[in-house]
Structures are given as C-alpha cells and as structure tokens.
Design a protein around this ligand. Sequence first.
Ligand code: NDP
Length: 401
Amino acid sequence: MPKVLLIGAGGVGAVVAHKCAQLPEVFSEIVLASRTKSKCDAIAAQLPRPCVTEQVDADNVPQTVAMLRKHKPDLVINVALPYQDLHIMDACLEAGVNYLDTANYEPPDHAKFEYKWQWAYHDRFKQAGLMALLGSGFDPGVTSVFCTYGRKHFIPELTEIDIIDCNAGSHGQPFATNFNPEINIREVTSQGRFWHDGKWAETPPLSVKSPFTMPEDLGTLNIYLMYHEELESLAKHIPELKRARFWMSFSDNYLKHLEVLGNVGMTRIDPVRFNGVDIIPLKFLKVLLPDPASLGPLTKGKTCIGCQLKGKDAAGKDSAVFIFNICDHEACFAEVRSQAISYTTGVPAMIGAKMMLTGKWSGKGVFNMEQFDPDPFMEDLNLYGLPWRILNQPVFQTPNL
Ligand code: NDP
C-alpha cells in the first residue's frame, strides 16, 4: 500500500499531512520530515492516525537519501521551500522515489524562478523510470488545471488567460504574509512579466493595477499584474496562447508596509555586514514577522482564485468562461487548523499525490500540471474541500497593456 513522505512542516505541510491522513485507502503510511522535528511532532499529534516524524536537512542530499532508503516511500511531497527543490529531486533520483512539489526552484541568492532548472531533470527521471510532478498547489497547480479543463470542454482554441488571485480575508495584523514571508516578498517585489503576442513583456513591480469585482458578492479589490511561474509552463504547453497574465490582490496597508520596508533596505537579499557577521535583511525580516501558520485562528473572510479564459469554442465562435474557487479561512481552520492560503495549496498537493499513486496521472520524466487530463483532478477538488464553479461570461475587463 502506498507510503508517502512529506518534507516541510510549515503551513502547507500541516495541511498536506491532515488531508493525506483523511484518506488512508490512498496514503496508507505517512512520514513527515522537516528541518525542525518538533514542528513535525506537533502536526503529527493533531492527526487522527499515526504519522512517523523525522529530522532532515533537505539541502543535504546524502542525509535525505539515507532517510528515503530507510522509509522506502513511493512518493516524496516536497513542501519545504523552493530552494530545496533540486536537492530533493537529486535525492529522489538516487533513492529511486517519485517526486511532487508546489513551487518552482529559486536560487537563494537571486530572486528569480524559472522552470529551466527543473525541466533539465526530465531525461534523468525518465531514464530512472520515475515521475516528477511540478507545481501541484493552487497557483501554480489548480490554475493550470482550470485552464486545461476550460480548453478541453469549452474553448479548444484558448488564446487568452487571466489568472486572478484575490484574498478578501483579513488576519488583523499590521503586516504579515500568508505563506513563507521570504518567498512571498521576493515574488511580489519582482518585475511584472506577461505573455503577449507570443513573447514576454515586462513591467516595473506592481505598476499595473485594476479593480476586480469578485463573484458571489465578495466585493471589489485592486488586483496587480505580477509574474507567476505557471505563465511559463502554460505558454509552453498551449501553443495557440497569445496572452497570459497573472493578477493578485493586495491591500493598501500591505503595499504601504512593503514600500517602506523596500525603501529602507529590509527586502534586500544580498548579505549586509552587521557586528562582524553577514546577515540577509529579508531573512532577518522573516524572523520578525508573524509565522504564517500562526495566522490560522486569526484570519476571517474568503479567498477567490480563478481563471478567465477567452478564445474560440468548437464552432469557432468567440467564447469566455471564468472558472474559480472560493475558500473560507475560518472553515479551513475548523477542518485542519490552517488559514485558506495554506489550505488551497495543501489540498491540491494531496490531490496531485493521489493522481500519481492511483495511476490516474502517470508518466516517466518531469511534468507540469497542464500535461495531464484535468477531469479526475477537477472531480477531486469538489470532493476534498475546494469546490469550483464556472461562469459562462467574462468577469474582468483587462486593462490595455
Ligand atoms: P513555511 O515557511 O511555513 O514552511 C516551510 C517548511 O520547510 C518549514 O517547516 C521549514 O523548516 C522547512 N524547511 C526549510 N528549509 C528546509 C530544509 N533545508 N530541510 C528541511 N526542511 C526545510 O512555508 P509554507 O508552508 O508557507 O510554504 C511551503 C511551500 O509551499 C513553499 O515552497 C511555498 O513557495 C509553496 N507555496 C505554494 C503555493 C501554491 O499555490 N503553489 C502557495 C503558497 C505556498 P523550519 O520550520 O525549520 O523553518
């Protein structure tokens, strides 16, 4: 019976552990490993069935290989940080274990994510007879599945994608990020980038904004154009795609704090000498900010993440749909003691793992989400806590870019 080994005991790792524990028929054994074992033990104590815990530094490949050889899992779910991706993929290759993650590799000293480093592992995974599934969170992850579902069932000629990620929730803290602060701030302060007429175009960070009115009376928020990793794999796998953009909501309060932190140098990722030691300001800032896992009991409101898809239907007529999920922070906390950002990432990680372990998605090599049949994944989203809806009309008037 399948055994899964999770690496990373943060906000997302906790949700994946809970959701896997709810499905013993798929995940018969769970091992939870992370840098700080006490965090694994705290999560394991909340689960309804036994979960073995381990301490591991996933940047240490021999250490990770030894752990994998000891437990012999069928699959590693990597929910540590993007910096660990390549080391964990190396360990999986050496120990002969399949791999899944939720975030693209990033080099620690350069705030840039690109699939090239992980795509370069394709031949090695293929030769080893192993599968690696990249980006099985919500965005990236479900957003790619929404796109392939829309393309399969409604818009076979999919020329335009707008991914819209709104958080209408509030945690009441002066400034906090909903997932790892270091990764979040690196992403948000990067250049905006979007796919336009078959090539990439760039904008200064957070310089393009537009109001967006969410469905189901959730209200109107300002959303900002950003670069996000699924744009790269969607542009690769959907040849007819002409335009693809990613938008995220930020409150004025969040942006005000971020601007000040940036102005004073606290978001820098290069070393600064302080009292004879090198410190990286953003890493130090992470220590000062609230742990995203601590926001669970404080966060109220809902998230709304969806994809507006435009193109031509099977009859060649112009067509548009909006496929989206709405998730309630407090309902997530009641179920798995996490807020909706960790929940919307952890549930798709569990479903991606289920797709692999049940053979619904299979292959040898390194794959992105949009390379597989979206239907079984979409069914599972409805079953395991992230129900979706479709509106057969455009919901967002994209600004001219
Ligand atoms: P957290 O910072 O809460 O948790 C990360 C965990 O990884 C911590 O337990 C940390 O250990 C552990 N870790 C870090 N370095 C190592 C290492 N070298 N070896 C072993 N364990 C390590 O992050 P989140 O849970 O918020 O995010 C987890 C991942 O999910 C990130 O990659 C993030 O980018 C991704 N994500 C994806 C989303 C999507 O929709 N696709 C959305 C949100 C997040 P310690 O406790 O000791 O620090």
